[in-house]
Design a protein around this ligand. Structure first.
Ligand code: KIV
Length: 272
């Protein structure tokens, strides 16, 4: 049974299910390295997602497609060194699970063995069911991801809000039930109408984590570099900026450059 959030030793998929039942909101953020993961974990974040958004915010690509499995494992391994309490979920990168469930399983096994992470996430519904089932059958917890699925950007052509038309709404509801019944421990719903996300959340047993999916879901996720204001090139309506680190870091770096050039750094006390 859950008592106080800071008394939970380790967040597990069972704890998340209990949080949903008790109506306690789940807080999730991305992280890709040891230092940030350590800060997030100490602050009490419930889930850390080693997202394939690393492809954008860490590597500077314009989509999530180029990141490789080895690169995801490198990020996940670094994150795991900084985490004691949070549940760590790692994205299966594009091309490692679609269309071949045996590949999907070996990808998931590599991630779990080499990084020590707790779970994996993949995008899609019915079309990836065989992969979801095969990974689950090996005892690896799986999180689904529906709505705006960035790995399919070339199919959709734009990052606009998803599931606004009846056919897509029906498919999303059906996919959420498919993932729920298959045994996924959570589902991310990205950039869909709030009323649709609320309906799905009420219908499925598994915790639903929203990003641009309104408030009536079981938890929220944001990309760390976006919410900290490190990455300022991306400002969708759903993004709340909790800091303006881009400006702060530039200010600090400018001060350092000026100190070096004017010989104010190092001073007497900063040398041996
Ligand atoms: O890769 C990622 O950061 C994600 C989140 C947007 C949910 O999948």
């Amino acid at each position: 049974m859950i008592t106080e959030p800071n008394k939970i030793n380790k967040i597990t998929t069972h704890v998340l299910r209990e949080m949903k039942l008790l109506g306690r909101k789940i807080a999730m953020l991305t992280a890709y390295d040891y230092s940030f993961a350590k800060i997030l974990d100490a602050a009490g974040i419930d889930i850390i997602l080693v997202g394939d958004s690393a492809s954008n915010v860490m590597a500077g690509h314009t989509s999530t497609l180029p990141i490789t499995l080895d690169q995801m494992i490198y990020h996940a391994t670094s994150v795991m060194r900084g985490v004691n309490r949070a549940l760590v979920v790692v994205d299966l990168p594009f091309g490692t699970y679609q269309g071949n469930s045996k590949n999907a399983l070996s990808t998931a096994i590599r991630i779990m063995k080499e990084s020590g992470a707790d779970a994996v996430k993949l995008e899609g519904g019915k079309e990836v069911l065989e992969s979801v089932e095969r990974i689950l059958s090996a005892g690896i917890p799986v999180m689904g991801h529906l709505g705006l699925t960035p790995q399919s950007i070339h199919k959709f052509g734009t990052y606009v809000v998803r599931a606004t038309e009846e056919k897509e709404v029906q498919k999303l509801i059906e996919d959420a039930h498919i993932l729920d019944n298959a045994g996924c421990f959570g589902i991310v719903l990205e950039k869909i109408p709030a009323n649709l996300a609320a309906k799905v959340t009420a219908e499925v047993k598994t915790p639903v984590i929203g990003i641009g999916a309104g408030s009536e879901v079981d938890g929220q996720v944001l990309v760390l570099h976006d919410m900290l204001g490190i990455n300022i090139d991306f400002s969708p309506r759903f993004l709340r900026r909790y800091h303006n680190l881009n400006e702060e870091i530039r200010g600090a770096v400018t001060a350092y450059i000026n100190d070096v050039k004017s010989q104010k750094f190092p001073n007497e006390k900063e040398q041996y």
